[in-house]
Design a protein around this ligand. Sequence first.
Ligand code: B12
Ligand code: SF4
Length: 468
Amino acid sequence: MNILLISVNRERMPAPVFPLGLACLARGLEEEGHRLEVIDLCFSQDIKADLKETLLCFQPDLTGISLRNLDNLTYPTSHSYLKEVEEVVSICRRLSSSKLVIGGSGFSLASGELLAHLNVDFGIVGEGEAILLGLVNSLENKLPLSPSPHLLIKDHSSPHITKGARVFPLSAPDRTLFHTRRYLEEGGMLNLQTKRGCPFSCIYCTYPLLEGERVRLREVEEVVQEIRQLIQEQETDYIYFVDDIFNYPPSFAEKLCRRMAEEKLQIRWSAFVNPGFLKEDLLKWMKEAGCAGVEFGTDSGSPRMLKNYGKSFTVEEIAQASQLCSKLNVNHCHYLLFGGPGEDEETIEESFRLMDQLNPTAVIAMLGIRIYPGTGLERISLSEGIIEKNTNLIYPHFYISPALNGRLEDLIREKALGRKQWIVPGLEINITQNLMEQIRRFKVRGPLWELVGRMKKPRVKPLKSELK
Ligand code: B12
Ligand code: SF4
């Protein structure tokens, strides 16, 4: 079968991100002997022309669209990508008789609503590898298709679930059909996954819905081999581990790092890390293995807010993990969420106080919390009247604590502006696309927050104060 895979993601903030999900699908489809073409719209100068050329020349029987992001998750400068997706679907419909199937994390988060909204034939919820192969086999052999919770068929009702399909065991992606090297040059890193799943249940988070609550690990040797390949074939010198939590379970993280260190892999990397499971031995091995920076999903410096968010760690553990990074000289940033259920001026002050005390390399502050179907936050938002039963969550809606009386932006702006290492994407404090693109021209590797604490130039003025 001729199968065209399209990545519609054109977001370049905080960096263009290699479409790893499609590369996972490409591996299985090729192994089954299908002919593949890929259109990656991230670097396209003329979307219409690029789609037209491939659709007419390649004549796909099936076109798979990968929808990674629904929106940029950034309040108050929130931006939905759905218009661009609708445009791609409509071009495919006009120029080709190919069947259309859509999948990806963005799609899976609100699959029923998106299938109704978009003019596609099928939607695959969750991990695509096995379900897509099943669909291709049925279409090729003209077998009858019936809808299931993981395979949605346009105009056929199917039992609704938010939990996606799962794959056992996980296999390596095939990056050969993609502009892999360009992501390294323009995004400063390539990406790699060592496991899927998260067993925790933070009230707003979609990761356990997308990847499951059970952690599925890849073979350490297979991961090491994939890194070796990235180094040899793409001259990769920086990777991002896209795992929900790199250091959970800690025993697996340590085993992997020990092997990477033994192999003397010439690579630097960073990852999302849970402060609760970062002990000195593990961080030392991570450093030995090339760890250049860690990103803590800290959320808050207030014990009350940690409890409200359902976090698995305490303020003391945040402090210990952060101090450990300082002691071992590992760049580290804390991601904070402001405005969740129960947030007030006092809890905001607690977060600023903790960050002042810890003095990390950077702090990234997000305002408001995006409400997703199937999360605890959705239930709270419904009960507090922040959304209604018929609110369509394919578009961004944010929870902002009513106790802040509409003062969230002002409070954060005022406090963050006085602190050098604070990045607030929603208020354009220390971050704009222009600034990021300029820095990347110097072939800087890794996430750019690593540079913020070291910047000598004055911070970028926040948009709002420029307007005042
Ligand atoms: C790691 C990560 C990041 C890293 C990426 C680093 C890097 N260089 O790769 C960083 C921190 C930079 C990042 C940034 C952003 N991210 Co992010 N990120 C993730 C995370 C944790 C993993 C993504 C990943 O690589 N998964 C591994 C691959 C293999 O899985 P996959 O892409 O989902 O693909 C599978 C399925 O979806 C499916 N599939 C995929 N495509 C297709 C196509 C078809 C046809 C089919 C059938 C199936 C299918 O099959 C694949 C294989 O099983 C996810 C959360 C999660 N657990 O999924 C969020 C996530 C993808 N991110 C999200 C968002 C919003 C963003 C940002 C916009 C946030 C921001 N403002 O910074 C930016 C956008 C960056 C960009 N340029 O696109 C959202 C997207 C959904 C949404 N809410 O809109 C997610 C889901 C998190 C969330 N809040 O729910 N991200
Ligand atoms: S925020 Fe982190 S720990 Fe909490 S559920 Fe999401 S991925 Fe798991």
